[in-house]
Design a protein around this ligand. Structure first.
Ligand SMILES: *Cc1c(COP(=O)(O)O)cnc(C)c1O
Length: 361
């Protein structure tokens, strides 16, 4: 069997940066500043500039970023927050951690992100916010969601660098988990905000509700971005546009190789940064098995959507509650894609899918 093809190859992306990383890590060791300090401030400034937002606040991970953003907006007990069920579990978990009730809305089957019409239908007098997810690197319909008139939080964990992200929602949140488009060498996260007061509250909440380490004004937490991760992120951020362009080129190559005759391809749009390259087929499981037999990794994302997860059972959703979410959960398959995947690897993926669905070349 030929060489296995992983779903993502994170090392292929950072390997060329190892000398630059070593230099920056040496400087951090020399400085002795591991918590806050110039690396964290430098990354916060550079990330804000990159995204075109006034405030960026480093935090411990993307889940904390969501909890802190919601808390800073005053979301809490008795509030409802609308979000998708076709996303990583943390999106809804964070709403519950903030003390509020997640209300799941269905997705648009073409884009797999929130359907604004279904969101509108679920707004009640208790709805305090909407959390939109830029799923798999595709921006959610921000203008339509903002027009619903509620505070909007963008869960941009999968979409650093996607067009327009973080410029509409009052807060946006990012994860630097190592497989995300922009990543740290461990856990890390970021909250951005367009609002000065909300940003100040996030800053306080990430450090025990304090501005000065003397007076504690809020019940916060300890959730910081470490200096060593900020140093790595400062090496990677300038490379991100090139990485995202490489992902878009790889996505285009799958289409050129004829994959669209075999499965439903993700709808392309210029702002999409393909955190994952996700196709659809009613024969998803057969295709995944055939790929595995060829040593090719693939992944069915969110195969049990959030409204049907055990921890969310108390909300009372049943199979059939969110038809498009459930269909996407049953049909989606992420295929190998990273910045730097080779044409020969992509040809092998397409050949294996073709053999699985029985269409002659
Ligand atoms: C990764 C991810 C998170 C959580 O980020 P962590 O850094 O792993 O806590 C939240 N939402 C979405 C959509 C994600 O993909």
């Amino acid at each position: 069997m030929s060489r296995p093809i992983p779903l993502v190859d994170v090392k292929a992306q950072y390997a060329p940066s190892i000398p630059a990383l070593q230099e920056r890590f040496a400087a951090v060791l020399e400085s002795g500043r591991f918590i806050f300090g110039p690396e964290v401030e430098g990354f916060e400034r550079e990330a804000a500039e990159f995204l075109g937002v006034p405030h960026a606040i480093g935090v411990g991970n993307g889940t904390d970023a969501l909890v802190l953003a919601l808390e800073a907006l005053g979301v809490g007990r008795g509030d409802e927050v609308i979000c998708p069920a076709f996303t990583f579990y943390a999106t809804a978990e964070a709403i519950a951690r903030a003390g509020a009730t997640p209300v799941f809305a269905d997705i648009d089957p073409e884009t797999l992100v929130l359907d604004p019409e279904d969101v509108a239908a679920r707004i009640t007098s208790r709805t305090r916010a909407i959390v939109a997810v830029h799923l798999f690197g595709r921006p959610a319909p921000l203008a339509e969601l903002a027009a619903l008139g509620l505070p909007l939080v963008e869960d941009a964990a999968q979409a650093f660098g996607a067009t327009g992200v973080a410029r509409t929602g009052v807060c946006s949140t990012f994860s630097f988990f190592p497989t995300k488009n922009l990543f740290a060498l461990g856990d890390g996260g970021l909250v951005t905000s367009l609002d000065d007061d909300v940003a100040e509250r996030v800053r306080m909440l990430r450090f025990h509700g304090s501005r000065d380490k003397q007076t504690f004004e809020l019940i916060g937490t300890n959730s910081r971005l470490d200096a060593i991760h900020a140093a790595a992120l400062r090496v990677f951020l300038p490379l991100l546009p090139g990485w995202n362009a490489a992902r878009r080129e790889a996505a285009a190559r799958y289409a050129e190789l004829g994959l669209g005759e075999l499965v439903e391809l993700p709808l392309d749009e210029p702002g999409h940064v393909y955190h994952m390259y996700v196709v659809r087929s009613p024969r998803r499981d057969e295709i995944a098995s055939a790929l595995a037999a060829e040593g090719i990794s693939s992944a069915a994302y969110y195969a049990t959507p959030l409204h049907l997860q055990p921890a969310m059972r108390f909300l009372g959703y049943e199979p059939g509650s969110l038809p498009e979410t459930e269909r996407a959960a049953a049909e989606n398959l992420a295929l190998p894609l990273w910045a730097g995947i080779g044409a020969t690897e992509q040809e092998r993926v397409v050949d294996a899918v073709r053999a699985a669905v029985g269409v002659p070349a």
